[in-house]
Design a protein around this ligand. Structure first.
Ligand SMILES: [Zn+2]
Length: 103
């Protein structure tokens, strides 16, 4: 006899059992109907789990992309600042060297 999941507590039980041995919930329908109902519930559960997992992956990807974008923006900002510093420092160094007679 195949095993089915109790419709109440979801624990495994025999498809031929009239009541769930765990929670005492009464099994309804014929044995065949119980097997089909249990399979349908299981399929629905699987589909739901899969959907949730896909949503989780999509969300995690979006978060990762946002994080990368932020990091790139920060790196660009740092490069800009370094470039500005360089643009000011070179003429300043040149001016100082010229003033002190090194050039
Ligand atoms: Zn039960």
């Amino acid at each position: 006899m195949p095993m089915i999941n109790c419709r109440d507590c979801s624990k495994k039980m025999s498809s031929s059992a009239e009541v769930c041995p765990k929670c005492g919930c009464k099994a309804i329908g014929t044995e065949e109907e119980r097997i089909i109902a249990s399979k349908e519930r299981w399929d629905a559960f699987q589909a739901k789990s899969l959907k949730r997992e896909q949503e989780r992956i999509t969300k995690s990807r979006t978060r990762k992309a946002e994080q990368e974008e932020k990091e790139i923006a920060e790196a660009t900002q740092k490069e800009k600042k370094a470039l500005i510093a360089l643009v000011f420092l070179i003429p300043l160094a040149y001016y100082v060297l010229k003033l002190t007679g090194h050039i």
